[in-house]
Ligand binder design. Structure first.
Ligand code: SAM
Length: 365
């Protein structure tokens, strides 16, 4: 064993994954591997003390999200949240996966007395500490939960939370479907495929080799939310596509990506716990999961459309040049404007939500 191999084996997260592999007969489905790599207590990427979110690699961060880029994201979203609070007669905001607390701060600043309580549900204990610091001036209104309560009312928001939920990998090879999982190999991990009855939600045209994901956890999350949200609305932002694009025959390498130091790579099996692992969101699956569990789809559109509908342009006109150029990245097609989408749900009677006033693409789901 060389020194590097010894160091890898000494990594406590690798040992936890090794133990899970042994318990499961030497093979872990990718969703279990991803769950441990991201959320193993104290060690997984979202559970450890690394910085994660920030504008530049020099801050020690790995990637930037919309609320980290500019407060205008939260200010524009606040217009939609204010409308939703009024239409649903509620006064609580629920945020899932609140990261550094940046969006919570932007929403609380913009919404003022219209919010009586701001509740954050996050799996990550270390992020909770960071959120507490960011939100110190709103401390009296903010509450943290580590899981969904049995029942809730209010307006739910989540930015880039669905893409952080573990996915299962399906690989078609030689015309046969396999579930792709992980085995131990040498000092690290390797891929290993097993025959499966699982299939993508739509037929993939052609016979060529094809790798993709299915998203049972994200869909179960939406279904549980639907069950528990008595009165209110929910808005989720993320990168992804409707089913017909997600499972397009040409998208044959899947969408799993890792982020570290503002660089993307496609190898989740290396440097486990030190980088983010994500997959794009199948918005058709999310919308169906919500609808089947009793929610109404308020709309679905790209992020640019949603933010423009919510009035980000006049906000940009008031902003400094530097702020304006950051906000422009949220709406430019070749940056976050088109790849990122928004889906909105109502629990109870639907209404015409301002964010989807123009450019609603629900018909493409
Ligand atoms: C990519 S980060 C996004 C953070 C933040 N929303 C932002 O935009 O900067 C994903 C976040 O989702 C959280 N998360 C993942 N699954 C979750 C779940 N089931 N419930 C609540 N939070 C979750 C992670 O702990 C992490 O804080």
């Amino acid at each position: 064993m060389n020194l590097e191999q010894g160091a890898q084996r000494a990594n406590p997260l690798t040992r936890i994954i090794d133990a899970a592999l042994q318990r499961d007969g030497g093979w872990l489905p990718f969703d279990r591997f991803m769950a441990l790599a991201l959320y193993a207590p104290g060690l997984g990427y979202y559970a450890n003390a690394s910085r994660k979110f920030g504008r530049m690699p020099s801050s020690g961060s790995d990637f930037v999200t919309a609320p980290e880029l500019t407060p205008l994201f939260g200010r524009a979203l606040a217009v939609q949240v204010a409308e939703a609070l009024e239409k649903t007669g509620t006064d609580e905001v629920w945020e899932f996966g609140a990261g550094s607390g940046a969006l919570a701060l932007q929403l609380l600043d913009a919404l003022g007395d219209r919010v009586a309580r701001y509740r954050i549900v996050d799996l990550s204990g270390t992020l909770r500490e960071r959120q507490q610091q960011t939100l110190a001036k709103h401390a009296a209104k903010v509450e943290w939960l580590s899981e969904l309560p049995e029942s809730m009312n209010g307006v739910v928001v989540g930015n880039e939370v669905l893409d952080a939920m573990p996915v299962q990998l399906l690989a078609r090879s030689g015309g046969q479907w396999f579930e792709r999982g992980v085995v131990a190999q040498g000092d690290g991990f390797a891929w290993s495929d097993r025959p499966t009855d699982l299939r993508p939600p739509v037929e993939i045209e052609g016979e060529h080799d094809y790798l993709t994901e299915i998203h049972p956890q994200a869909e179960a999350f939406i279904a549980t939310l639907a069950d528990r949200l008595g009165r209110g609305a929910a808005f989720f932002f993320d990168y992804g596509f409707p089913e017909s694009e997600y499972y397009h025959p040409q998208r044959h390498m899947g969408t799993v990506m890792c982020h570290r130091g503002h660089q993307a790579d496609g190898d989740p099996l290396s440097d486990v716990g030190e980088k983010d692992i994500t997959a794009h969101v199948n918005f058709t699956g999310v919308a169906l999961a919500g609808q089947n569990a009793g929610l109404e789809v308020l709309g679905y559109c790209n992020q640019a459309r949603f933010l423009l509908n919510a009035g980000i342009l006049p906000m940009m006109e008031q902003a400094t040049l530097a702020e304006r150029s950051m906000a422009a990245r949220l709406i430019h097609e070749h940056e976050m404007g088109e790849l990122f989408k928004v889906v909105g749900f109502a629990a109870g009677e639907p209404w015409d939500a301002i964010g989807f006033a123009e450019g609603d693409r629900s018909h493409t789901l």
